[in-house]
Design a protein around this ligand. Structure first.
Ligand SMILES: [Mg+2]
Length: 117
């Protein structure tokens, strides 16, 4: 990989591609599920860190926005790694989500439960 994101602007597809250089994947040849497990657990862990900041805001009435921003970036890092693992272009994943939500809006099912509404 030779792509290096600019410090000022990077799109999500470029970012996801770049995260492959950041990934410690040398052990994935031995166990192909090891890296995937780390990605999945990492995504949940970082989401939990975001939740902690929001919990503290609710509980204590203050929030460290700089720390929250970094944790949201950590969530995106693992999300991007999972996208790349399965060969998804992140922008396509985002567009698929936009299409799903717009379809639900059109059908009046934006609120409610279940993935297939
Ligand atoms: Mg973190």
């Amino acid at each position: 990989m030779t792509f290096v994101p600019a410090k000022t602007t990077v799109n999500i597809d470029e970012y996801a591609f770049w995260t492959e250089d950041m990934w410690f994947s040398q052990d994935s040849d031995q166990n192909p599920y090891r890296s995937l497990a780390i990605m999945a657990i990492g995504l949940g862990g970082e989401a939990g860190e975001v939740q902690e900041h929001i919990k503290k805001e609710i509980r204590d009435g203050k929030i460290d926005l700089d720390a929250l921003k970094k944790e949201l970036g950590d969530v995106i890092y693992y999300w991007a790694r999972i996208c790349r693992h399965y060969g998804f272009q992140p922008m396509d994943v985002i567009q698929t989500n936009v299409n799903k939500l717009l379809d639900r809006l059109d059908r009046g099912t934006l609120r409610g439960d279940g993935d297939n509404r």
